[in-house]
Design a protein. Structure first.
Length: 408
């Protein structure tokens, strides 16, 4: 099972599937490689992905102008992706960011206002006295204010988004291989990608878009400076007869100077089991996953019960009238780069990297994928599109080893 293509995308997640769609629409011969979601997480020995979920916040408002622009450009293309695929994944219920009011020592909302104004997004500041009247579901600490984006913001279903991007890519001619990549050999003239299913793909260029699994030694010629953090997510089941109370509830981000007081929260969302859950995330402390086997083990672990209990308390404080029918928690991971933006660049002449969501990439994944596609076809990114060049940083340990080896 050997074939040649122009490009191989490793990682059938949100970024990788987006890159494949953009490449295929441009007429490239592209293969998108990555397994489907496993049915039994606990006994699955292969790789996982962080898009195995039905709800991620989408919004333009952000305290960083780069992330705001990435989001805006992606959101603007949501209708196009839905039309091409026939899959709906976007639910524009609005998004509220609540944080200490402008003028406090924590300038998060001021930064959000600046990024908002640069893009011309309609998202007014709501003083603390009006928050309870506008958003009766929530309770916030004294001194908080909010910025509310009603148009286009809300949440996306990442499972459905990946499905939509994959279908659209296939319709434009992309080859989708649902298998794990086990080897990447950067040869003299071509890159050879091997899969667990026995495929051998020969390509002019390869894009590694494997999320937290991009730290795998099998994928890249040198290790990334990428910090993969274990994350726990809590799901609170909402009773069917209680759902009408939450009909117009937006997605919510609670920002605070302290990590343990910061969180994100989504309105009741339907999940594959037919139930509706309010989802909350916000680990009070960080746990670093230093190797690819550790990432696999975390996904199989069932997550952190203490972190879940912390989120349960935050949920009770924020929506005091909620009485969940049941709760459960699940594992996830986030991959953080050195500069806080995605890595989009080459690791060698023919192997490129597209990874590092920094906990913010789901909503912005189509634009990030487009940039990855531009990198493969043009060999570089446009110089003036963003305030960063998305440069890839590699592990200092790798370079330290190389310098020592050179002296031997």
């Amino acid at each position: 099972m050997s074939e040649s293509v122009d490009f191989v995308i490793i990682g059938k997640g949100m970024m990788g599937a987006a890159a494949a769609r953009h490449l295929a629409r441009a007429g490239a011969d592209v293969a998108l490689v990555g397994p489907d979601e496993p049915e039994d997480w606990a006994n699955h020995s292969g790789v996982f992905a962080s898009h195995y979920d039905n709800a991620r916040i989408t919004r333009t408002i952000d305290d960083d102008p780069v992330w705001a622009r990435l989001a805006r450009r992606s959101i603007d293309r949501y209708p196009e992706i839905a039309r091409e695929s026939g899959v709906e994944f976007h639910f524009p219920v609005g998004c509220l960011i609540a944080a200490p009011a402008p003028g406090s020592a924590f300038d998060y909302l001021e930064n959000v206002e600046r990024a908002r104004d640069r893009l011309g997004v309609e998202a007014p500041l709501i003083p603390g006295g009006d928050l309870a009247a506008r958003f009766p579901w929530f309770r916030f600490p004294q001194g908080f204010a909010g910025i509310h984006e009603a148009r286009g913001a809300g949440y996306i279903n990442p499972r459905s988004l990946v499905l939509a991007q994959t279908i659209a890519a296939e319709k434009s001619g992309a080859r989708v291989i649902r298998s794990e990549v086990v080897s990447v050999e950067d040869g003299r003239h071509r890159v050879v990608v091997g899969t667990a299913g026995g495929h051998s793909l020969h390509a002019g260029r390869v894009l590694v878009a494997a999320g937290g699994f991009s730290i795998s030694e099998a994928l890249l010629p040198r290790p990334l400076d990428l910090t993969v953090k274990a994350r726990t997510v809590l799901f609170a089941e909402v009773a069917a007869d209680d759902l009408p109370r939450f009909t117009r509830m937006p997605s919510l981000i609670g920002a605070a100077p302290e990590q343990e007081r910061s969180y994100y929260l989504l309105p009741p969302v339907a999940y594959p089991d037919g139930k509706h859950y309010i989802k909350i995330g916000g680990d009070p402390t960080d746990r670093i996953l230093a190797s690819e086997p550790a990432v696999r083990a975390w996904f199989r672990s069932g997550a952190n019960a203490e972190a879940a209990a912390h989120m349960h308390r935050l949920l009770a404080e924020t929506i005091p009238e909620l009485r969940p029918v049941s709760t459960h928690h699940s594992p996830c991971v986030t991959a953080f780069t050195r500069h806080g933006y995605p890595y989009i660049g080459f690791a060698s002449n023919r192997v490129a990297v597209l990874t590092g969501g920094n906990g913010q990439a789901a909503k912005s994944s189509d634009e990030i994928g487009r940039l990855g596609a531009v990198l493969l076809t043009e060999g570089r990114l446009p110089a003036d599109d963003y305030e960063t060049d998305f440069a890839v940083a590699f592990s200092l340990e790798h370079f330290r080893f190389l310098r020592i080896a050179d002296t031997l």
